[in-house]
Design a protein. Structure first.
Length: 368
């Protein structure tokens, strides 16, 4: 069962209650858990040694000494709306990687963003680029963050279940907060509904390191202090009203760095995430409608871009897509997800029905 938060009903939370500080319930009620984006709306140098496979926890003190100078607390505001989150300095010039939902409130006219460094200094910042689909964004600090070190990049591909990790950020606006835990699972898919868009956490890293509102966009690092994930969401146990409440219950989710870094690089270079396109516009066919009309369940093709990938694959408006890469087609989000981890030139296998007759097509993804 999925319980997203409608964009028009964003909740304001008491900043003294852990999860309730920003965080709108923007996730899903799945096996009695509510996935929640962990932005905080409350407003508020030694080299570590890598742990071996038998190490229960990272040596958090040297990790904190090394990484905290690269971590920033982000404040985003527009009019009466405001929120805080976390981020990390990733390249020269003051570029900061964070979550899109941390800064989305400031993305419109009249919005403003600032960053505060670990030593208390602050700077205005501008939004360089956003990728709501994967919940990533890049900022640029006005002072270029020239006195602060860049975070080191690790690899999420090398992570193992049970491996110790450290989370750094500003939960509830409390800057320079460090928590530790382990990688409790890998390759999770967590859809997190946001402001008019679903954020897709693909291949997400699950951790029991305490993550709370305000940690969003902050770093999940290995014992060598290298970035392996961008903290993005937590799961909470729903209260009697069916709404997620409380803080961390040991189920946090981070975007893997191997997915985040190429998107961040593209945002810095072009302002766009660079995801390939299908050239399709589709809409779900409700089972009741399909039954009443005698049509198959699936995705109704509303339109096909002239000369686009779908048109070249032979699809037409009015077709009904029944399978995507061998899986039943039940949601338009499947088309989006199918593009997020692929490159231009990769293919998607589609099964569709036209005039009652089934057919197959190989759709080659095109440039955005």
């Amino acid at each position: 069962m999925v319980q997203p938060e409608p964009p028009a009903a964003r909740r304001s939370w008491n900043p003294l209650v852990p999860i309730a500080a920003a965080a709108a319930v923007v996730g899903a009620l799945i096996t009695a858990l509510v996935f929640v984006a962990v932005r905080d709306d409350s407003g508020s140098a030694s080299t570590p040694a890598a742990a071996d496979a038998d190490t229960a926890m990272c040596a958090a003190v040297p990790v904190a000494d090394q990484v905290l100078p690269s971590i920033v607390t982000i404040s985003a505001r527009r009019g009466a709306q405001a929120g805080t989150g976390s981020g990390q300095i990733i390249t020269e010039g003051g570029y900061v990687l964070t979550n899109d939902h941390v800064i989305s409130v400031a993305a419109g006219a009249g919005g403003a963003v600032s960053v505060q460094y670990s030593d208390g200094r602050s700077s205005d910042a501008v939004i360089v680029g956003r990728d709501p689909s994967t919940d990533l964004a890049v900022l640029k600090a006005a002072d270029a963050a020239k006195d602060y070190p860049l975070i080191g990049f690790g690899s999420s591909a090398a992570l193992k279940i049970g491996q110790p990790v450290v989370a750094l950020g500003a939960p509830l606006g409390l800057a320079s907060t460090v928590t530790s835990g382990i990688v409790s699972a890998l390759d999770r898919y967590v859809p997190v509904p946001g402001d008019g868009v679903t954020h897709h956490l693909i291949g997400a890293i699950q951790t029991d390191a305490a993550i709370n509102p305000g940690n969003s966009g902050g770093a999940l690092v290995d014992c060598a202090g290298k970035l392996v994930g961008v903290n993005a969401a937590i799961a909470t146990v729903p209260n009697e009203a069916g709404v997620g409440g409380g803080g961390s219950v040991g189920l946090g989710f981070a975007i893997p760095v191997d997915l985040a870094k190429p998107i961040a690089d593209s945002l810095i270079k072009t302002g766009q995430p660079g995801h390939p396109t299908t050239g399709l516009q589709v809409q779900e066919i409700p089972p009741a409608v399909a039954k009443a009309s005698g049509a198959p369940t699936g995705l109704f093709v509303l339109a096909v871009d002239a000369g686009g990938p779908a048109a070249k694959a032979g699809l037409k408006a009015g077709d009904i897509i029944t399978r995507i890469d061998g899986e039943p087609a039940t949601s338009s989000e499947q088309v989006v997800v199918a593009t997020l981890t692929r490159q231009v030139g990769d293919t998607i296998e589609l099964t569709f029905v036209r005039g009652g007759a089934p057919a197959n097509a190989m759709l080659t993804l095109g440039a955005p």
